[in-house]
Design a binder for this molecule. Structure first.
Ligand SMILES: [N-]=[N+]=N[C@]1([C@H](N)O)O[C@H](CO)[C@@H](O)[C@H](O)[C@H]1O
Length: 824
């Protein structure tokens, strides 16, 4: 980057590492090796690794500021980062050096890496996607910054009591986080509440009617910077997460009156804004605090970008030439009226001038198809919390509806349908409509999803602005989810085709010929078995769960949601159990299988929690049954997170992607499993479609209704009980649950789950049951031929390079951001 390094990096050697580590242990941790706790040594290790990345970070930041390239700001309410240590060691090419240096001091890197607490600042796919994307942007040397929220408490810790989910707060910051750098000197003041007042600027015909915001209260936003190291390219981008503080943390006068609680009320009130992550995935909570969180981090981020990253006196008329703010779903969309407010109210722009800039600065990614997942904010609440923003949204809407009428004539039904303001059931702001009106581009996250956005969810907008709509299929970072998570496979692949694949995943294609090499397949199976052994040890150590090592590993890990159909999976297990116990199936003919679930349910999602309880109760009965347990084992480790995924995914043989077609926007777990050599059983939904097209029908177990078929059945009326009456296998499985087979004979326990399936079954579990069972029979038949299975597994790896988040970033750069990597 620059000829003279800003700061010097420690020596890239075992000796250099030891020196740096001991300095950190002694001078920062204030202890000596002999007396150091695991947390001391872990923190010293983390800081040592930081030092090796610091120079690159400073150089990257300085270069971005000096050269002012077009950049990307990724605005996301969630970043599911996972543990940082291993990724930093990999990026800085320090893995071996660190392991050897620590070993020379009698320390074990494996033990220290376990000391790291995972920052659970996200719910699921959307949050993890953001983390994969910023990793790719750094590795591709793209000038980019991630902006988000530093929740004091991340996604809740899940525990099971009698198979039922309980939630505990996620104190992830208890021991501090060595990966963050607080910068209170760059704090931002954020306003809320109050009212607006009109005033006239200028005299006579130059007089302009203006509006100003008179806020009711304010808080401070303190930025915490996190390194986002590129993979061995000398670049380190920044993730900036905001934490709320009171403007006046402590009121001494009130304290002296003895009202201690009142004295710190402001601080408590402010801190509440970034206290905890809302644990809903795909079903937003319309709570006021949630809107406060969204506006808080957006206001901090826009202010920060304009004040800290743009040069003094930068002409904001050209803001769109310098930055594209990517809106990760509707959560940050309040950024649109916020930028208008900054340009008009703070910088005196005329409305049209400001809109000309604003409508070129944003792009919007939609991550869902569920109508209930599209955020709407009541105008009553938005007007009370952000009165100036509501005014601005109304004006944006007025001008937009004028354009609709000009284009389509006076079709009031259309106008009402497209309006940013919904009139029923209450007046509310449709955030997806606001995002679509303001964005330069709107994209879905898989081909099918983007098509359904055009054809259904946002059809009116696609009709008005066809060129605004595009697709960027999701991706995952190969650094964390292959190179780090699956060192066995990585070594095997690198031996075969070199290590170029780590930053150019399409190179995996060169593996295709090895699928026909019996020796390569043998070694591939060896790696898979070793990964299974690692998983068995983890489940034993972490959850006290004992699972057999030599079975087919059938894995379903994702948030618990009815559209993802964990019920279909457990009905398959129940049916297998039923047919084995009844003797219909000869137990010796059944392929030994271990079914592993991982899933958190939003605390308020009652049906999801009932389904978790059913899975755990079925597991208890199956695992204890003298016959069935010989070939069937159910495991449900609690508190599924990124760290568990990193051990679980490489061990899997079968990846369950069984959502009702047309409901899962993309999925990203499906990509991680395929890249780690698991075969997918799935519907033609989300990115499953593209996985099947790339790996080939012979290497994918497809089943179920297609989206058009499911839509047609829903249209004409779906009667789930008909499938119950017509299909004895299905009936027996449901009857077992209903009669209390898995609840000690108590019929009431799972009655809600059964009656919901027989009554509404919104996601057509019963309609897809038989097709799913038939596909599982194909899985069993195929798994009996290890050569054929491992050939398909190798081909899944070889043909899944497309699902790299680097490719996703290339698509965003080419189609949406029109930015490019910053060369040396
Ligand atoms: N919110 N949201 N949406 C999701 C996931 N639940 O987080 O975003 C993910 C990331 O785009 C998608 O893969 C997934 O299908 C979709 O449901």
């Amino acid at each position: 980057m620059t000829d003279t390094p800003l700061i010097s990096s420690p020596e890239h050697s075992v000796e250099g590492f030891v020196r740096e580590f001991l300095r950190e242990l002694n001078f920062t941790q204030g202890t000596v090796l002999e007396r150091a706790s695991t947390n001391d040594t872990y923190l010293a290790l983390a800081r040592t690794v930081r030092h090796y990345l610091m120079a690159r970070w400073m150089e990257t930041t300085t270069a971005h500021y000096r050269r002012q390239p077009k950049a990307v700001a990724y605005l996301s309410a969630e970043f599911l980062l996972g543990r940082q240590l291993d990724n930093a060691l990999l990026a800085a090419d320090l893995e071996e050096i660190a392991a050897e240096a620590l070993a020379s001091l009698g320390l074990d890197l494996d033990v220290l890496r376990q000391a790291e607490v995972e920052p659970g600042l996200g719910n699921g796919g959307l949050g993890r996607l953001a983390a994969c994307f910023i990793d790719s942007l750094a590795t591709m040397s793209v000038p980019a910054i991630g902006y988000g929220i530093r929740y004091e408490y991340g996604i809740f810790r899940q525990t099971f009591v009698d198979g039922r989910q309980f939630e505990e707060p996620d104190h992830w910051l208890d021991n501090g986080s060595p990966w963050e750098f607080a910068h209170p000197e760059h704090e931002v003041t954020v306003s809320f509440g109050g009212h607006t007042e009109k005033y006239t600027e200028g005299e006579g015909e130059d007089a302009v009617e203006r509006s100003r915001w008179v806020p009711g209260w304010q808080v401070l936003g303190v930025p915490y910077n996190y390194m986002v190291p590129g993979y061995r390219n000398g670049r380190v981008n920044t993730l900036r997460l905001w934490s709320a503080r009171a403007t006046h943390a402590f009121d001494l006068k009130i304290f002296n009156y003895g009202d201690y609680a009142e004295a710190v009320r402001a601080q408590t009130f402010a801190e509440n804004i970034t206290k905890v992550l809302y644990p809903e995935d795909s079903t937003p909570q319309g709570k006021e605090l949630r809107l406060q969180q969204q506006y808080f981090f957006v206001a901090c981020s826009l202010r920060d970008f304009i004040d800290q990253l743009l040069p003094e006196g930068f002409d904001l008329h050209r803001l769109h030439e310098r930055i594209c703010f990517q809106l990760n779903d509707t959560h940050p969309v309040i950024a649109v009226p916020e930028l208008m407010r900054i340009l008009v109210d703070d910088h005196g722009f005329a409305w049209d001038e400001a809109w000309e800039v604003t409508r070129r600065c944003f792009a919007y990614t939609c991550h869902t198809l569920l109508p209930e997942a599209l955020e709407v904010w009541p105008v009553e609440l938005l007007g009370r919390l952000l009165p100036r923003h509501l005014e601005i949204i109304y004006r944006i809407n007025d001008e937009f509806l004028d354009e609709v009428r000009e284009t389509f004539g006076d079709d009031e039904l259309l106008v009402r349908r497209m309006s940013i303001i919904a009139e029923h059931p209450f007046r509310a702001v449709r955030m997806a409509h606001l995002a679509t009106v303001a964005a330069t581009k709107v994209n879905g996250v898989a081909e099918l999803h983007s098509q359904l956005l055009r054809d259904k969810v946002l059809a009116d907008f696609a009709n008005l602005w066809p060129d605004k709509f595009t697709n960027v299929t999701n991706g995952v970072t190969p650094r964390r989810f292959v190179r780090l998570a699956n060192p066995g496979l990585s070594a095997l692949v690198t031996e075969a085709i070199g290590d170029g694949w780590v930053t150019d995943l399409d190179r995996l294609r060169e593996l295709e010929p090895f699928a026909d090499d019996p020796e390569f397949r043998r070694r591939f199976r060896e790696v898979k078995s070793a990964n299974k052994q690692r998983l068995v040890e983890l489940l034993e150590r972490r959850d006290g769960i004992t699972v057999p090592t030599d079975t087919m590993l059938d894995v379903m890990v994702k948030r618990l949601h009815e559209y993802k159909r964990q019920t279909l999976k457990i009905l398959h297990v129940i049916s297998l159990y039923d047919r084995i116990v009844s003797g219909e199936l000869d137990v010796d003919q059944v392929v030994p299988r271990t079914i592993v679930f991982g899933a958190k349910a939003a605390p308020g999602y009652v049906m999801a929690k009932e389904i978790i309880a059913l899975i755990n109760h079925v597991g208890t009965v199956v695992n204890a049954h003298p016959v069935a347990s010989r070939v069937l084992h159910v495991a449900f480790p609690a508190n599924y997170d990124v760290t568990v995924a990193e051990t679980l995914v490489p061990a899997a043989d079968l990846s369950e992607q069984i959502s009702l077609a047309g409901k899962e926007a993309s999925g990203t777990g499906n990509m991680k499993f395929a890249l780690n050599g698991a075969l997918t059983i799935g519907t033609d939904d989300g990115a499953n479609v593209e996985i099947r097209q790339l790996v080939g029908d012979d290497h994918f177990f497809l089943f179920g209704l297609t989206e058009p078929e499911a839509a047609a059945i829903a249209e004409t009326g779906y009667r789930p009980s008909a499938y119950y009456e017509e299909n004895p296998t299905l009936r027996r499985a449901l009857d077992l649950v209903a009669k209390g087979e898995f609840s000690g004979g108590d019929r009431s326990v799972f009655e809600p789950v059964v009656s919901n399936l027989l009554g509404e079954d919104r996601f057509m579990v019963l309609a897809d049951f038989q097709s799913y069972l038939d596909a599982q029979d194909r899985v069993e038949a195929y798994y009996r031929d290890p050569e054929a299975w491992s050939r398909s597994a190798v081909l899944n790896v070889a043909r899944s390079g497309f699902f790299s988040s680097d490719r996703s970033m290339r698509d965003y750069l080419d189609r949406i951001w029109h930015a490019e990597p910053l060369g040396d």
